[in-house]
Write a protein that binds this ligand. Structure first.
Ligand code: DLZ
Length: 171
C-alpha cells in the first residue's frame, strides 16, 4: 500500500518551490467533517509553511465529495487562483455509493486539470474505515492535506519552469 511506503507529510529529497507569489483555492467537503477539516487545515498550514500569503488563500466548502468538481470549477471561473486543492473523505459503506462517488470525483477533477490547464489537486481520501482516514489526517501515515498542498506548489513550479524557458530545450 502506497502510504506504507511514503508518509504523506514528509517531503525529504524533493525540491519544493517558494509559494510566496502563488494564489490558491481550497474546496473542501462537509461530509466526514471531522476528517476533512483536518485535511483542510493541513493543506492550509503547509501552503503557509512554504511561503504562501494567508491573503492569497481562499477556502470554500461544498456539501459532499461529489460536489467537489463543480465547486472547484466555480472557483476557477470566478476566483483569481493559480491552483485549487480539492479535499474530501469518502468512506466505504454498505451501498455502491462509494464507487460512484469516488469514480465521479476522480474523473471530474482530472477533467478540470485539462480543461483549465491549471492544477486541481486530488486531496480526497478513499478509505474502507474511519481508522484508515484518521491514520491519514495527522495519524501514522501523516496528513493527506499536506501532500495535496505540496503537490499544488510543485505543479505551479513546473508550470513556471516551462513558461520561463519557453522555446528552449534541456533546461
Ligand atoms: C451520500 C454520501 C455518502 C453515502 N457518503 C459520502 C462520503 O463518504 N463522503 C462524502 O464526501 N460524501 C458522501 N455522500 C454525499 C455525496 O458526496 C453527495 O454530497 C450527495 O450524494 C449529494 O449529491
Amino acid at each position: 500500500m502506497a502510504s506504507n511506503l511514503k508518509n504523506l507529510s514528509v517531503f525529504e529529497g524533493t525540491d519544493i518551490p517558494n509559494a510566496e507569489e502563488m494564489k490558491f483555492g481550497i474546496v473542501w467537503a462537509e461530509w466526514n467533517h471531522a476528517i476533512t477539516e483536518k485535511l483542510m487545515q493541513g493543506a492550509h498550514n503547509t501552503l503557509i509553511k512554504y511561503g504562501a500569503k494567508p491573503s492569497n488563500i481562499v477556502t470554500k466548502t461544498v456539501p459532499g465529495a461529489f460536489e467537489l468538481p463543480l465547486g472547484a470549477q466555480y472557483m476557477a471561473e470566478f476566483g483569481q487562483v493559480d491552483a485549487i486543492i480539492c479535499i474530501g473523505c469518502v468512506i466505504q459503506g454498505d451501498t455502491k455509493h462509494f464507487d460512484f462517488i469516488c469514480d465521479a470525483v476522480a474523473k471530474g477533477i482530472t477533467n478540470l486539470n485539462l480543461q483549465f490547464g491549471k492544477p486541481f489537486i486530488f486531496g480526497v481520501l478513499t478509505v474502507n474505515t474511519q481508522e484508515q482516514a484518521e491514520d491519514r489526517t495527522g495519524g501514522k501515515h501523516g496528513n493527506k492535506g499536506d501532500e495535496a498542498a505540496v503537490t499544488a506548489i510543485k505543479m505551479l513550479g513546473l508550470k513556471k519552469s516551462f513558461e520561463s524557458n519557453k522555446g528552449k530545450i534541456g533546461f
